[in-house]
Design a protein around this ligand. Structure first.
Ligand SMILES: Cc1cc2nc3c(=O)[nH]c(=O)nc-3n(C[C@H](O)[C@H](O)[C@H](O)COP(=O)(O)OP(=O)(O)OC[C@H]3O[C@@H](n4cnc5c(N)ncnc54)[C@H](O)[C@@H]3O)c2cc1C
Length: 257
């Protein structure tokens, strides 16, 4: 058996695949000798999502984080407000576009790594000594494969609960008064379709991300929330929306084992 084309083939260069590649590149300080290939169907990346997460200030990757909030709040339609804050922990935001760019640079600086854009894994066939991955460009052989593809639509639809959301990034005509507090679950309420809330992140004085999120057992298309999010945006920022800079949406299956 000839030597496989690579030691590790990563299927999917989204958040998980690129994070794994960056970590391997970093641990080897650019001297990585493991041959790594990433397959990604996209021809190029766009700023298609905003990742937010909790982390200690001391642990964040400052090159990626665009904004951090030390205070956050929750409220219901009846206006019960819970406000919390922390000096050690914060809610941080990473624009996907920043992450994709940084990850691509890290991969480019690692000679043994290749990111193949516009390439889809069509099938994965384990053999005795290696694994064969079929692509339209031909067969690639690997010693190991990490598959980061999302669960199939069929499996996702079987999840007992779905998190469905639709968001707008807005440019505002005047600065917001409070950019230090993230409204994580605002106007929480329930209706026949399940539980819903608004999510409002002041990204900068003149920028905000507003989303409607629903947790529902039903498979709602995220676009069904589009009108609601425009309505909510008008309520938060009446006559102050200069431009909708970006839309983002998703359906996250929850409770899959
Ligand atoms: C708009 C949006 C906002 C989100 N915000 C948050 C957040 O704030 N916090 C949080 O914790 N989570 C968030 N999530 C959920 C989750 O963190 C993200 O979806 C995250 O991008 C998932 O990373 P991943 O690598 O698993 O999947 P992806 O980033 O989707 O990567 C999978 C990759 O596989 C590729 N692929 C698919 N088929 C093939 C194939 N046949 N061959 C090769 N490659 C293939 C895809 O093109 C894709 O690039 C968000 C999701 C969305 C959609």
């Amino acid at each position: 058996m000839p030597t496989p084309d690579c030691d590790l083939l990563i299927i999917g260069a989204g958040c998980a695949g690129l994070s794994l590649a960056r970590e391997i590149a970093r641990q080897c300080g650019g001297q990585n000798t493991r041959r790594v290939i990433l397959l990604e169907p996209r021809e190029n990346y766009s700023n298609d999502r905003t990742w937010c997460f909790w982390q200690r200030h001391t642990e964040i990757d400052r090159a990626l984080v665009s904004k951090s909030w030390n205070a956050w709040q929750f409220d219901t339609k009846g206006n019960t407000v819970v406000q919390q804050s922390s000096t050690d922990w914060a809610y941080h935001c990473v624009p996907a576009g920043t992450f994709y760019k940084q990850a691509q640079e890290d991969i480019e600086q690692t000679p043994s790594m290749s990111l193949l854009l516009g390439q889809t894994a069509l099938s994965v066939n384990p053999k005795d000594t290696h694994i064969e991955i079929e692509t339209r460009g031909g067969c690639i052989t690997a010693s190991q494969v990490v598959d980061t593809r999302a669960p199939s639509a069929q499996l996702a639809s079987e999840a007992p609960l779905k998190q469905v959301f639709y968001g707008l990034e807005l440019r505002l005509t005047e600065p917001q008064k409070n950019t230090q507090t993230a409204r994580l679950m605002s106007n929480m309420s329930t209706d026949a379709a399940g539980f819903k809330f608004e999510y409002l992140l002041p990204l900068a004085p003149d920028r905000a991300l507003i989303e409607i999120t629903r947790f529902s057992p039903a498979s709602l298309p995220s676009a069904s929330l589009k009108d609601e999010v425009f309505e909510a945006a008008q309520t938060y920022f009446p006559n102050k929306i200069a431009e909708v800079v970006r839309h983002e949406q998703g359906v996250i299956p929850m409770g899959l084992s």
